[in-house]
Design a protein around this ligand. Structure first.
Ligand code: ACO
Length: 332
């Protein structure tokens, strides 16, 4: 447990999801799948799809605007912007710099961090540490994804799982010790990088006519392996952070897991022996939105009153890399 007097707390959250809904039945009209197959294997019913012109930075800026309003802060109060995304508007400049300009934030350090679906938990720890150092006051952290732009819409094993959206939080200091973002545990295992990746578009396979023909610019996944690894590392991260803080799973009022697959979350629930009712779930509506998944769920959980004063909340994620992480929160 971090015992420095300067707590770092969530000052406000916001989220944004595109209006366009793609249902399982819509997908069944383009690939060989069915609502029944998708729902029973994943718990997903529908997902949001951004318009052609809408970018990760547009969605991130919309979520961030709502977070600023909730925090009752102005763009001029923000001195740090960190974005987690695997679908940046472009390789550079960073999506954080693009969001900065869209929101009129003039005096901030801006950067992107890439840890796939674990990205939001990663940037939360980075931002919290920078605020705790005393050098930064208010961080805007954003998970935003336009996964529809890297999905192979002819591959039924992947295109049914993902969706678009963004979530944001403003973090800031509080001189009351022992509340807010209490602790983190993060992990990575690059040896598992080939279970989930996108081969094209970087320096290994720059865009060429061949790379397009070979469909290298789409997400590739070995679903069964990802499933097993996900259950293992999410349980490990959750147990580790609880142990580090002398807490039992039963003391958690709310768990916000990465919203990838209901069956993964059900296994986590039984392994931790925490009932499913304590888990905040929205994957039925949005599918897996990668780095946006946890902050969208966090925003909905806070706005629906799921995190009362004194409650312990656990955020727990896994993603490509392989990466994983957990954050322990105590509502002030
Ligand atoms: N519709 C119908 N049939 C399908 C579909 C589909 N959409 N997709 C696959 N199938 C078929 C397969 O071809 C296979 O057919 P076969 O037996 O004739 O070969 C059969 O269904 C079973 O396929 P499996 O892959 O074994 O199905 P499984 O029960 O493992 O479910 C799933 C697949 C849903 C992908 C599951 O493995 C999973 O959720 N894995 C985790 C994925 C995940 O969470 N990824 C996100 C990672 S986070 C990030 O960083 C982006």
């Amino acid at each position: 447990m971090n015992d420095t007097p300067r707590s770092v707390v969530i000052k406000g959250t916001g989220s944004y999801t595109p209006a366009n809904i793609k249902t399982n039945n819509d997908l069944a009209s383009t690939v060989d799948t069915s609502d029944e197959w998708i729902f029973t294997r994943t718990g997903i019913k529908e997902r949001r799809i951004a318009s052609e012109k809408e970018t990760a930075s547009d969605m991130g800026a919309s979520a961030a605007q709502r977070a600023l309003e909730a925090a009752k802060l102005e763009a001029s109060d923000i001195d740090l912007v960190i974005v987690a995304t695997i679908t940046p508007d472009m390789p550079f400049p960073s999506t954080a710099c693009l969001v900065q300009t869209k929101l009129g934030i003039t005096n901030a350090v801006c950067m992107d961090i890439e840890a796939a679906c674990s990205g939001f938990v990663y940037i939360m720890e980075v931002a919290a540490s920078m605020i705790r150092s005393g050098r930064y006051q208010h961080a805007l952290i954003i998970g935003t994804e336009k996964l529809s732009s890297i999905l192979d819409w002819e591959d039924r094993t992947t295109c049914v799982l993902f969706g678009d959206g963004a979530g944001a939080a403003i973090l800031g200091p509080l001189e009351t010790p022992g509340v807010g973002l209490l602790d983190f545990t993060l992990g990575s295992d690059g040896a598992q990088g080939d279970v989930l990746y996108m081969p094209g578009g970087g320096s290994a396979n720059p865009a060429t006519a061949d790379s397009l023909n070979d469909r290298l610019h789409f997400l590739k996944m070995r679903g069964r392996e990802v499933f097993k690894l996900a259950v293992k590392v999410m349980e490990q991260a959750a147990q580790e952070i609880l142990e580090q803080n002398g807490l039992e799973p039963d003391q958690l009022s709310c768990l916000i897991p990465h919203q990838a697959n209901l069956r993964i979350i059900e296994l986590l629930s039984s392994r931790l022996n925490v009932p499913m009712e304590r888990f905040y779930l929205n994957l039925e509506k949005y599918g897996n939105t990668s780095a946006a998944s946890i902050p969208i769920a966090l925003d909905e959980a806070i706005r629906s009153g799921r995190m009362a004063s004194g409650d312990y909340t656990l955020l727990v994620a896994f993603g490509a890399g392989l990466t994983w992480g957990a954050a322990l929160l105590k509502t002030p």
